[in-house]
Design a protein around this ligand. Sequence first.
Ligand code: HSE
Length: 300
Amino acid sequence: ASIAVFAPATVANVVCGFDVLGFAVNEPGDEVVMRMTNTPGITISKITGDNGRLPLNPLKNTVSVSVQHYLNSIDRTDVGVDIELHKKMPIGSGLGSSSASTVAGLFAIKTLMGDETDSSTLLPFAMKGEEMACGHGHADNVAPALMGGFVLIRSYEPLDVVRLPHPPGLWCAIVFPDVDVPTREARQIIRNKINMKDAVTQWGNIAGLVSGLFMQDIDLIGRSMQDVLVEPVRSMLIPDFYYMREMAMELGAVSFGISGSGPSVFAFTKNEQTARRVTAKLQQHLTKIGIGSYTYVSTI
Ligand code: HSE
């Protein structure tokens, strides 16, 4: 038996919701092809699209490691599978690249095992993959990659994940400036302590964003998407971040911020045309300052 599974890129944090909010986009994403073998254990026979950056060693690859955790949990260490991983999105982009692969792998093994429990039961295994990838098992990429749409991680201990609605007609423009920002390092530079005034601003914004999602109020969503805790520090790792924000807002975006730990940035817009204008202009600017980029436009 064999199966091919696609899992999408995700935008984590959604500006004000560090580690607690994320959403999935239509493209890009990764594909895992998994097939049962006669020899117990996991092999990775092929990885494409990674420029040789990802390990074929199953003990070092986040996909196989999470699949192994899953197989251990259901007492099926007798099972043999071979994995092909087709990366169809850039690595280290802040678009949940490792999450997309891990989630595709977990969904594949769950299906091959005939396991009909809800996909959300895979979350803890996917979080193990994140922990391996960047030193911290956050769920704001893996949960939306697995469940689709907008997701809130209400609590990590115990894990409590809530799917949120979002207004129809919300578009997302994504630009990945091709510079290196490893998540592990982007987490290390964040302040550990915050002051009360900033906390008040931040939780007002998170509540505003979630209210806007329920009320289908795109303007409320837009004005709530401000981050006084993480963005001021991480924006330094992104070329011309504030200039790009100004450009996006002038072009009619309702919000602009860092996707996950960066360097990708994203903007919400009210239609496709504006989203395409934003990606085109930002790409043009990045080219002008000598930085290559990839762009994506998606509904949510
Ligand atoms: N919430 C995580 C972070 C997402 O910002 O570090 C990583 O993509």
